[in-house]
Design a protein around this ligand. Structure first.
Ligand SMILES: Cc1ncc(COP(=O)(O)O)c(C=O)c1O
Length: 354
């Protein structure tokens, strides 16, 4: 820390991204990336791109891309906001929408970035405990008169709420923002984007990082009624007007044209998730019912930290959290069938030797 850091930020604990070690080749199942490449049309568009254009700024409005996203979800382009990854949407929302003296609520076990950005912007927050079996209790969020952020499916549990349950939360908190983070919705959840037509307090964020195999391209988008989108634009133009670069805009446009490919890849992930879950249960792992591209698992006899370390020694990276309630769990990204075979083989050895 330098002596110039603001006093308020001196105790700020920043987000720790999943490790990206370079010391050897790992089977990397720790950051929920897709094991599959972008669609052939996306790769072709990148090969044929005129890189001389990089001297020019990108379209700050992202017009073509917004129209494509709107077309895909049957909403208006003015109801779409584009961002440099969906973390930007979370960041801008915490900056923009929670009044001083108000609070935002989210589950105790959830995407830890919510807490980080709340701390960064000095926003008050309250964590609502998940039930014993790691579910969000809908009644904890209905009519509570507070801003709410929920990932659906939740991370790192992978458990999803139905669109009807989300609607109950949105409709009973009409004077507060409800932000639904649908980073993993394409792997089995139900998007509530159609509900933005009905509710002016609903903001839905999605990302191209997971089901659209584009984590390195950094694209997120939000859907909401125009006034909320205009608020986000105000913040974005006040921080980084050219937040989605030229290459990303070009590739993302192709990504939308190749929607069928991405649906097929998500299907593959779902199938692999089902077979891996079955194998893990045979090894006496408790696996939460996931609708995401990861699973959260726990073994009765072996601690989470120990499994994480032994897998890493064997060249397999998973995500371990030190949070008390889930410290005996590990979150495992669903990779390709080949990757998951290696994971199951190494894990099998660890279990037998324990
Ligand atoms: C629940 C959730 N929301 C949002 C994100 C942010 O993704 P990105 O910034 O890559 O769009 C992640 C990333 O892992 C996530 O797990």
């Amino acid at each position: 820390m330098s002596r110039f850091l603001k006093e308020r930020l001196q105790g700020f604990v920043s987000y720790t991204p999943g490790e990206q070690p370079r010391d050897k080749q790992y089977v990397k199942l720790n950051t929920n990336e897709s094991p599959y490449p972008p669609a052939p049309g996306v790769l072709k568009a990148l090969e044929e791109a005129d890189y001389k254009d990089l001297r020019l700024y990108p379209d700050p409005t992202g017009k073509a891309l917004k129209e494509a996203v709107a077309g895909l979800y049957d909403i208006e382009p003015e109801q779409v906001f584009l961002s440099n990854g969906s973390d930007d949407i979370l960041n801008f929302s915490f900056m923009a929408f929670v009044e001083d003296g108000e609070e935002i609520v989210f589950p105790d076990i959830t995407y830890s970035f919510y807490e980080t950005i709340a701390d960064l912007h000095a926003v008050s927050y309250r964590r609502i405990p998940l039930t014993e079996d790691f579910r969000i209790r809908v009644s904890d969020y209905t009519g509570i008169g507070a801003n709410i952020v929920l990932p659906n499916p939740n991370a790192p549990t992978g458990i999803a709420l139905s669109a009807e349950e989300i609607e109950r939360i949105v409709s009973t908190n009409p004077d507060h923002l409800v932000l639904i983070d649908e980073a993993y919705v394409d792997f089995g959840g139900e998007s509530v984007i159609p509900l933005i037509k009905k509710y002016d307090n609903l903001l839905v964020s999605q990302t191209f990082s997971k089901s659209r195999c584009f984590a390195g391209g950094r694209l997120g988008f939000a859907a909401a009624q125009k006034p909320l989108i205009d608020d986000l634009l105000k913040i974005q133009y006040g921080t980084n007007p050219y937040n989605v670069n030229r290459i990303t805009q070009l590739a993302a446009l192709e990504t939308i044209r190749e929607d069928a490919y991405y649906k097929e890849m998500a299907d593959r992930i779902r199938k692999t998730r089902a077979s891996v879950t079955e194998e893990l249960r045979k090894m006496d792992f408790e696996v939460l019912p996931s609708e995401a591209n990861f699973i959260l698992m726990r073994h009765d006899r072996i601690g989470g930290q120990e499994i994480y370390e032994k897998l890493k020694e064997n060249g397999v990276l998973v995500r371990h959290f030190s949070t008390e309630r889930i410290k005996d769990h590990n979150r495992v990204t669903i990779g390709s069938d080949e990757q998951m075979e290696i994971f199951l083989e190494k894990l099998g050895q660890i279990v037998r030797e324990a």
